[in-house]
Design a protein around this ligand. Structure first.
Ligand SMILES: [Cu+2]
Length: 481
């Protein structure tokens, strides 16, 4: 794990180095902005153990990092730089997004209840922005709604926000200026306020993970999200990563685990964990009273909500952890693909092949074959369903990863232990004995699956009108009826 790179802003603003001993820095330099810290890689970085201020057990930001601060006269000073960034969504696809300090989402900000926090926000975007500190108790003028609470931050300018982190919990930050565009481009970040002292509703945990749910609409072959999309997003990410780009959550058997997530997409996400029950112990409204906690294996997080789930990881294995909307565990899914289950396509493929040499039929027997067989696709688009496990294609994408529970994962070790070895006799296996004679369902009458544009109810083989959407490398679309 490499430390984030420090970057100097032009014009001498970076003169006060975060790591420079105070005795060597002049008064003038000390009054300058904290040097912005930049992250260039999309990996899950080691948790930032607090070097100054009140102690706490830091969170692990999934495929992300925590922003270092400068302590100055008892105030924690952070420097966020809003700017265009390159973000690898998964190996093979890098998107041109907007974010903070080199990545989208921006870095996690971790403070302690009661901390005085000063946040410098430099705007290096081509348009004005602000930052809203979602869920915080703060003075009205620090709430970040452009036009309502403050003037816009023009391009090239730096604004200062300052408030006390009054209550512990999971929060987030995002622009409140042209937010449909700026959030569609990936501008957001996580915020954790740790309790100052033992809290009756906040348990100590061995593992504490956080991430944001973020959706993009990136046309296959393109790298910039469409910013006018309202609902039809096609890339479903956790911290701007899509499976198999999302790291696993690696824990030790018996660890108490907390996972915090916030939803800044435009739809709800039922988040599902295999192999364990959890309770929702908190939201962006604060810790949940004990009387309001019950066991679940799925919890829905609506738009603009946050959830904290907790459980004891007491079952060894590689457990799926994902959004339960099945199209949210797929990548770059076209919206107008017809349902072709049961439709004989051989003749169709041959005829279309004369027109479009690369055409491949899909969906005749379900779409699982998409996980192994890849259509020619633009270089920077992700396959729809992908990922390989120890037993073959996982056939997932988007909001999917694994919780890896291991007896021998060392405390504090967040590295990926690889795939579990199933103990003998504990895995599903093929039945090779005799099968009892069983009645076979009578064949249903030949019906045609609902197909956009198909109307005539006749021939059993080739539908007369099938809508196709064929995407060719280079982004050309060929529509056919
Ligand atoms: Cu979802």
């Amino acid at each position: 794990m490499t430390p984030p790179r420090r970057r100097f802003l032009a014009g001498g603003l970076g003169a006060a180095g975060l790591a420079v001993a105070a005795s060597t820095v002049s008064r003038a330099a000390l009054s300058a902005l904290p040097e912005p810290v930049l992250q260039e890689r999309p990996d899950t970085m080691a948790p930032l153990v607090p070097p100054t201020g009140r102690p706490y057990r830091p969170v692990v930001t999934l495929n992300g990092w925590t922003l270092p601060w400068r302590m100055r006269a008892g105030v924690k000073e952070f420097h966020l730089v809003a700017e265009p960034v390159l973000r690898e969504i998964a190996p093979g696809m890098t998107a041109r997004l907007w974010g903070y300090n080199g990545q989208s989402p921006g870095p996690t900000i971790e403070v302690v209840e009661g901390d005085r926090v000063r946040l410098f926000v430099t705007n290096r975007l081509p348009e004005p922005t602000t930052v809203h500190w979602h869920g915080q108790r703060l003075p009205n003028g620090m709430d970040g709604v452009a036009g309502l609470n403050q003037p816009h931050i023009p391009p090239g300018k730096t604004f200062v926000y300052e408030f006390e982190a009054r209550r512990p919990g999971s929060f987030m930050y995002h622009p409140h200026a042209d937010e449909m565009v700026q959030m569609a481009m990936g501008m957001m970040g996580f915020w954790v306020t740790h309790p100052r002292r033992p809290h009756p509703l906040i348990e100590p945990v061995e593992r504490d993970f956080c991430f944001l749910l973020i959706a993009y609409d990136v046309e296959p072959g393109a790298s910039v999200p469409k910013v006018t999309t309202m609902l039809d997003f096609n890339l479903w990410t956790w911290n701007s990563r899509a499976f198999p780009g999302i790291d696993s959550l690696n824990v030790r058997l018996g660890d108490r685990v907390r996972i915090r997530f916030g939803n800044l997409t435009m739809t709800n996400h039922p988040i599902h964990l295999h192999g364990h029950e959890f309770t929702v112990t908190g939201t962006d409204g604060g810790p949940t009273p004990r009387a309001g906690r019950w066991p679940e294996v799925t919890t829905d997080v609506a738009v603009g909500q946050m959830r904290q789930i907790e459980f004891v990881a007491d079952e060894e294995g590689d457990w799926a952890f994902h959004c339960h909307k099945s199209h949210h565990t797929m990548n770059a899914m076209g919206h107008r693909v017809s349902t072709l289950m049961g439709v004989e396509q051989r003749d169709l493929v041959e005829r279309i092949g004369r027109l479009i040499p690369d055409y491949m039929a899909m969906g005749q027997n379900g779409m699982a074959d998409m996980a192994e067989m890849e259509m020619p696709r633009p270089d920077i688009t992700l396959p729809m369903m992908t990922g390989t496990g120890p037993f073959g294609a996982v056939g997932m994408g988007g909001m999917f990863t694994t919780l890896k529970v291991r007896r021998d994962q060392r405390p504090g070790d967040h590295s990926d232990p690889g795939w579990i070895r199933q103990p003998p006799g504990t895995q599903a296996f093929e039945w090779t004995g005799a099968l009892p004679a069983s009645p076979v369902s009578p064949s249903p009458p030949a019906t045609r699956p609902a197909t956009a544009g198909a109307s005539a109810p006749s021939p059993p083989t080739l539908p007369d009108a099938v809508e196709l959407q064929v995407r060719k490398p280079g982004g050309a679309h060929l529509g056919h009826h």
